[in-house]
Structure formats: structure tokens, C-alpha cells
Design a protein. Structure first.
Length: 300
């Protein structure tokens, strides 16, 4: 294994250990303040790593890392909506949520590493795979336009798993078998999202190292971001439209690469503008959940 892979693996293991100390205190609820601080620290660390990549491997690679990190991070927010529905559906308490998310993060790192290596190998060998990935992203963008992450109950395989989560201990804690099924549901959900996010990152960079490290940095912050945003996720009801625009833009970038070359810096700026615009619109235009809370508060 190359030295930089070994060093990076040690850093990731250390960050996961600190993550457990920050968010895994048994019997105590996760502090929103500590979740935000850890999320901010990981974001700053990713920014510092992007600067280091730019200084050692060239500005282009640094921008590619930042863009890949931003794409994966923004798509992870949509993933959090599904996790929120899962946890509400299964009635998991805070300690169970922390445990499930930890295993979800570990599984996501391994899964995305395998998919990135396979994806870059296919792209380097078969040119037509680029257009296949572009079509996958375009379909994902259209699907997001007609979906709302909080509008429909959890169905399909997750609903099947929920019906089998009947073993409770003392009416509060899920039995081991049931908890494993919930973890399987989280991993299956991440697999579905990875089918969209990995081609999106590979549309930005063909460097497997940059693609993998940008994904890992985004995934490392997933647990803390969930606890930081869990009470606010309903307020970002328009964000999935922004994610659809991002996926549509990346699909266009990949499908039109032979004829139109979009600079990495311009791609980064476009994604930042889209995210900022829909985040602001979500706060300005209250969604159904926010309106319902306001009606409830007024009635009191």
C-alpha cells in the first residue's frame, strides 16, 4: 500500500475515534453545540487538505477536491432526510441513532472506495461509460424534481424491514436482530445514494485518490451533521430541487465533455451558487412542516 494511503487511513481512524468521544457518550443526548463544532472542524480540515493538495499537486487538483467534497456533502444532506424518516419510523432513541450512524459511516467508506476504484477503472478503459454515468445522473436529477424527502412514508425494502423490527427489550431498545436490520436499511440507502454521488464526483475528477478522499471527508461529517441539523431538516424543504439542479449540471458536464469544457473553478462556483440560492429560498419560503409547527404554537 502506498505511504499516502497508510497515512490517510491512520488519520481517518483517529478522526473516527474522536468522533465517538464527541458524539457517543453513553446515556447522554448529543449536544447540538458539540455536533456543530465537530462538523465545522471537519469542514475546516477538508478545506486545509484542499489547500495542501493544491500546493503539492497543483491548483487544478485542489479545486477538484473541493468540488467533489461539496457535491458529496450536499448530496449527503438529502441522505440525512431519509435517515431522519428511518429513525422516526423505527422510533430509535439517541443512543441507537448514534450506533446505527457509526456503522453506516464505516460501511459507506468501504463501499465508496470500492465503487470509486471500479468507476475510474471503467472510465479509463471504456469511453462510453462516461455517457452511461451522465444518463444515470440525468435520471437522478429528474427523479429528485418529482420527489420530496419528507412527503412520503418509508416504503419498499425499508417498509419490509420495519415490519420485522418487532423485537423490543423493555419496550424501548431494539433487539440485536432488529437493530442489524435497521443498519442494513441504512447501508442499502447509502448504496442507492452512492449510485448517484460517485458518478457525480467522477464527472469532476478522474483521479481516484482525490475522488476517494473528498468522499471520505464528506462521509466523516455525516454523523455530526445529522445531529446538528436533525431539528432543522424540515426547514430545508427546497434543497432537493437544488440538488436536482446540481446533478443536472454535472450530467450535462459529463455528457457534453467532448464538445464543451467547463473549467473546474467555474463548476465549483456554479455548485456554490445553486446551494446558497436554494438554502436561502428554503428559509424564506416556509415548508409544510414549518407552517404546521407555527399553527401548533399559535394555537397554544
Amino acid at each position: 500500500m502506498p505511504p499516502h494511503w497508510i497515512v490517510f487511513s491512520i488519520v481517518v481512524a483517529a478522526l473516527l475515534a474522536v468522533d465517538m468521544l464527541v458524539l457517543q457518550r453513553r446515556g447522554k443526548p448529543v449536544s447540538v453545540r458539540s455536533a456543530w463544532l465537530w462538523t465545522a472542524f471537519l469542514a475546516l480540515l477538508a478545506g486545509a487538505y484542499a489547500l495542501w493538495i493544491g500546493a503539492t499537486r497543483g491548483k487544478q487538483h485542489g479545486i477538484e477536491f473541493a468540488t467533489g467534497y461539496l457535491i458529496e456533502g450536499s448530496l449527503s444532506v438529502d441522505n440525512l432526510f431519509v435517515f431522519l424518516l428511518l429513525f422516526r419510523s423505527f422510533k430509535l432513541d439517541g443512543e441507537q441513532q448514534r450506533r446505527v450512524l457509526l456503522w453506516g459511516v464505516l460501511g459507506a467508506i468501504v463501499l465508496r472506495g470500492v465503487m470509486i476504484v471500479a468507476g475510474t477503472a471503467l472510465l479509463s478503459r471504456f469511453e462510453w461509460v462516461q455517457y452511461l454515468f451522465g444518463v444515470i445522473l440525468a435520471v437522478a436529477a429528474v427523479r429528485l424534481l418529482f420527489e420530496h424527502p419528507g412527503a412520503e412514508p418509508v416504503r419498499g425494502p425499508v417498509h419490509w424491514i420495519q415490519k420485522r423490527c418487532l423485537g423490543y427489550v423493555g419496550g424501548e431498545r431494539l433487539a440485536l436482530r432488529s437493530l442489524l436490520l435497521v443498519i442494513a436499511a441504512v447501508e442499502a440507502t447509502d448504496l442507492l445514494f452512492a449510485v448517484d454521488s460517485i458518478p457525480a464526483v467522477l464527472a469532476v475528477t478522474r483521479d481516484s485518490w482525490i475522488a476517494f478522499t473528498s468522499n471520505v471527508f464528506a462521509v466523516l461529517g455525516l454523523r455530526s451533521l445529522y445531529f446538528a441539523l436533525s431539528s432543522m431538516l424540515d426547514q430545508f424543504h427546497l434543497l432537493h430541487y437544488g440538488l436536482a439542479c446540481i446533478l443536472g449540471f454535472v450530467a450535462f458536464k459529463m455528457l457534453a465533455a467532448r464538445w464543451i469544457e467547463i473549467p473546474a473553478l467555474l463548476s465549483l462556483l456554479i455548485i456554490l451558487v445553486i446551494l446558497g440560492l436554494f438554502a436561502i429560498l428554503s428559509r424564506l419560503l416556509a415548508g409544510p412542516a414549518t407552517q404546521q409547527r407555527r399553527v401548533t404554537d399559535d394555537s397554544r
